[in-house]
Write a protein that binds this ligand. Structure first.
Ligand SMILES: [Zn+2]
Length: 117
């Protein structure tokens, strides 16, 4: 299963798009119920700012929330290690966390410093 194509491609391959939509099942904006099948796939860290085309940087947003995210003064990020939860911070500083419908485990290679011995 492809979890990332890194910086090779802007557009996620079909299997990755499917996984992003399966995980969230709907638009990942607070309180929005738009089905993921009708959403756009957002790069949390914009491609033009070095964002990767990977599961950790992609989430479905409906067209309206995609526009809000880019132009509405919100801070939106995927919470690292959460399996896909999205944090939204409003222009006035209110914080919302949107949990995905299904969590996808996060795989990491163990860093050398974490070795038990
Ligand atoms: Zn939405």
């Amino acid at each position: 299963m492809i979890l990332s194509v890194g910086r090779d491609k802007y557009r996620p391959p079909p299997s990755l798009r499917k996984l992003v939509r399966w995980r969230a099942d709907r638009c990942m904006a607070p309180g929005c119920g738009m089905p993921a099948s009708r959403c756009e796939i957002d790069h949390q860290i914009a491609w033009e700012h070095g964002g990767q085309t990977s599961l950790q940087n992609l989430t479905p947003l409906c067209k309206g929330h995609h526009i809000v995210k880019h132009h509405g003064g919100w801070i939106v990020r995927q919470i690292e290690g959460s399996g896909g939860a999205i944090e939204w911070i409003s222009p006035t500083g209110r914080r919302y966390v949107v949990e995905p419908e299904r969590r996808v485990p996060v795989f990491r290679t163990q860093a050398q410093g974490d070795a038990p011995f």
